[in-house]
Ligand binder design. Structure first.
Ligand code: SF4
Length: 100
């Protein structure tokens, strides 16, 4: 493996430079089991890279924390066979609802 390829692997995705969560306490996104995640979802709802973040979390099967406005449980549902655009829209709506 050449140097540049290796650097591409360890470099964070470009969208992370616009991640709104970088401006708040990271613990907010990894609440204790059963603890509310509403505050993290509120941050995600206002984040410009929420779609990219959710796509990354789904592609990398991120098992912990709030990513792209979704919890672990919500991402498991999105990954189930048959989950399509309707579920993606539902997840986006859920993230918006917590800001009301
Ligand atoms: S969607 Fe949420 S978790 Fe993802 S980068 Fe934005 S604020 Fe962070």
């Amino acid at each position: 493996m050449s140097g540049p390829d290796f650097l591409n692997i360890i470099a964070p995705p470009e969208w992370t430079t616009d991640a709104l969560c970088a401006q708040v306490d990271p613990d907010l996104f990894y609440p204790e089991s059963g603890a509310p995640n509403r505050d993290a979802k509120r941050v995600c709802a206002g984040c410009d890279v929420r779609a990219e973040c959710l796509a990354y979390a789904l592609a990398h099967r991120e098992r912990f924390g709030v990513w792209g406005g979704t919890t672990e449980r919500e991402r498991r549902r999105l990954r189930r066979p048959g989950a399509g655009q309707a579920r993606m829209r539902a997840a986006a709506l859920t993230a918006r609802e917590v800001t009301r």
